[in-house]
Ligand binder design. Sequence first.
Ligand code: ADP
Ligand code: MG
Length: 221
Amino acid sequence: MIEILDVCKAYESGNRALRDINITIEDGEFVFIMGRSGSGKTTLLRLLIKEEEPSSGEIIVNGMELHRMRRRQVPRYRRNFGIVFQDFRLLKDRNVFENVAFAQRVVGASSRAIRESVPEMLKLVGLSSKYKSLPQHLSGGEQQRVAIARALVNQPEILLADEPTGNLDHQNAVEIMDLLWDINQMGTTVVVVTHSQEIVEQMGGRVITLDRGRMVSDEIR
Ligand code: ADP
Ligand code: MG
């Protein structure tokens, strides 16, 4: 469970990115965070993975109070999350298999574990046949699938996606959203940041809307 309690975030520049945010997300939920550019969506995700600290308020994830966590505990804490970005962030000089395997190598997985899980993940995202391809030879939609496979290969409890369809055409955007939905159905909590009204209308579900740092609604559509 994610609990965000009375959280405010002001950056050193004086930018007040978030104000009095209260959100609870249960295990297994699928949640959209909506809002225009600059409304604080990315800041909220960065607070969750402890890349930034709230100026006030607190965040509790699975009972862990983030402000009490020691610096050396943060890498392990972050393994609760898989993260997907708008710009995919793949390693350009590594093929699809290695891009996914990389996430496992970082956490010290055995080569045997890697040989087992990478093909499994590529199958899940529908890219089994492209495991040898370099990112530059894939479409945007395919690159995002690789990024999703990489985000999930260490079996995180929570998947955070920051504008995952922002660089995709409509058809690919719909397919990526369907994939995220399937992943949620398999038990992963999914939090998707988007400014696309269209995507949200199409998918429905819980939608939290931010406007200039404030939460203006939290509703089921
Ligand atoms: P969104 O993801 O909804 O576009 P952000 O969370 O990126 O919004 O930004 C919210 C506000 O905080 C904006 O006014 C932005 O300029 C500001 N901001 C974001 N990151 C930083 C930073 N590292 N330093 C200073 N201001 C920031
Ligand atoms: Mg953003």
